[in-house]
Design a protein around this ligand. Structure first.
Ligand code: NOJ
Length: 487
């Protein structure tokens, strides 16, 4: 019987349902969100937020003394960015930040994670700070606070000062780790009177391999394994030095931790053996960054696997790297490893993905809502973590602005409602997740994909800079208002 339907029929039906959906947000508003029953609530004081990063939204790359970053160089290298664009203009957030804070306010979300561009603060990476460097972030933070939104700052979201890459080889040198510590101390001295929580480094798990091993991200290097392991070690060292500097120069009580795309392990299916296997795999597969930060040592498995390519380090460095953190941020998008127990050493195996495994609009973004349950649960268990934030989660979607002025991003809503259900499952079972930052507030420069991949709750027309709420704005606003998911 379905065979009788033509494409045209389906298109008609799709059009009708779109009309129906357009009426939904208004229906929901009929009964105040906070009064609707909440079968699946999040803990009281759960922090709801959104996230962005400097290079992806600010633009104004040549203004007020900002130095060049490795992403300026990389995005202007022909062939590196799929649509040939760069972050030169991006969302013009540097000038439109007040309007953008208005968008956060409309969501009802009381927290916002942004990043500080190192080359705005130290145009050469080290040396004399740019007097105007932190002014923008002062204005941003003040405006956030004025609107009742708590700022969460990130110190490094991949925009390394080009001068450091040129002078010392960027993250290939521990000079860069030291420079990062100094920069962190400088920023802490200036903003921690108002910013209480600071993420140090965003996604070492991506930029080390992609930027230094595979040549996909800035600075576009393809170094041998030994050098990549050394780069990762220098990044971990930078994290530790930053924690020390923030404690030394920031206001007492400032909270600090990493924002890491943990190698997310999920038991292939739930048996005690597979869960135990996924736990061991979580520890081993994250030893190179999260593990060494949280344990103060690389695991024997990690060192054996690396063999002669293992990083070189001193005990003193391990001590610095493993300064206690106040929280751990986990960026969680997709299941990375499905794990099964195995009779053979090391007692667990990574199962191959079938080609038919579903993914979202970004091909790498496989759909696995259970990841946001398992990754924090296993991490909390393995490293005894007391405070976790989901520092990023979200999806890109085709996100076409329709003739009626709406964006029906139903795939994003499908993704979010499933992930948030699993997040609620985790918090209700006592996994210590205290907050969630949806990536992203608005469409922005998605690195090597340019502006083709849209992750925002708000649609951005990059010609006119017009921001338009997508349907998921209504969805997220409802979740935030009720501190719950589902009806
Ligand atoms: C993680 C990165 O931190 C962020 O910059 C990026 O845009 C999102 N993933 C989506 O790919």
């Amino acid at each position: 019987m379905f065979g009788k339907f033509s494409r045209r029929h389906f298109a008609k039906l799709a059009g009708l349902s779109a009309l129906g959906m357009a009426a939904r947000p208004a229906d929901a508003a009929a009964q105040p969100a906070a009064e609707r029953p909440s079968p699946a609530s999040f803990p009281k004081d759960f922090v709801w937020g959104t996230a962005t990063s400097a290079y992806q939204i600010e633009g104004a790359v040549n203004e007020d003394g900002r130095g060049r970053s490795i992403w300026d160089t990389f995005s202007h290298t022909p062939g590196k960015i799929e649509d040939g664009t760069s972050g030169d203009r991006a969302n013009e957030h540097y000038h439109r930040y007040k309007e953008d804070i208005g968008l956060i306010r409309e969501l009802g979300a009381r927290a916002y994670r942004f990043s500080i561009a190192w080359p705005r603060v130290f145009p050469e990476g080290t040396g004399k700070p740019n007097p105007k460097g932190l002014d923008f972030y002062d204005r941003l933070v003040d405006e956030l606070l004025k609107n009742g939104i708590e700022p969460y700052g990130t110190l490094y979201h991949w925009d390394l000062p080009q001068a450091l890459e040129d002078k010392v080889g960027g993250w290939r040198s521990s000079e860069t780790s030291k420079a990062f510590g100094d920069y962190a101390g400088h920023v802490a001295a200036r903003i921690t009177d108002r910013v209480r929580s600071i993420f140090t480094i965003n996604e070492a798990g991506r930029f080390v391999n992609f930027g230094y091993g595979w040549g996909i991200d800035a600075p576009g290097l393809k170094l041998p394994d030994a050098d990549v392991n050394q780069v990762r070690h220098h990044v971990a060292l930078a994290h530790g030095l930053a924690v020390q500097a923030i404690r030394a120069r920031g206001r007492a009580g400032t909270r600090v931790g990493p924002a890491e795309n943990i190698a997310a392990c999920v038991p292939a299916f739930d048996t005690p053996e597979n869960v135990r296997a996924a736990e061991v795999a979580t520890r081993e597969l994250n030893s190179g960054f999260l593990g060494v930060i949280l344990e103060g040592k690389y695991t024997d498995g990690f060192l054996q696997f690396a063999g002669k390519n293992a990083p070189k380090f001193t005990d003193e460095e391990l001590k610095i790297i493993s300064q206690p953190n106040d929280f751990v941020g986990l960026n969680i998008y997709a299941p990375q490893f499905y794990i099964a127990a195995s009779d053979k050493p090391p007692g667990w195996s990574v199962l191959p993905f079938p080609a038919s495994f579903p993914h979202m609009n970004s091909e790498w973004l496989r759909v696995g809502p259970e990841t946001i349950y398992w990754a924090p649960r296993l991490a909390a268990k393995v490293w005894n973590i007391e405070t976790i934030y989901i520092s990023e989660n979200g999806t890109s979607s085709e996100d076409k602005l329709r003739a009626d002025g709406q964006v029906y991003d139903l795939d994003r809503i499908m993704y979010l409602r499933n992930y948030l259900r699993q997040l609620q499952r985790a918090t209700s079972e006592g996994v210590p997740i205290r907050g969630y930052f949806l990536w992203s507030l608005m469409d922005n420069f998605e690195w090597i994909y340019g502006y083709e991949k849209r992750f925002g709750l708000y649609h951005v027309d990059f010609e006119t800079q017009r921001r338009t709420p997508k349907l998921s704005v209504a969805f997220y606003r409802d979740v935030v208002a009720r501190n719950a998911i589902g009806v």
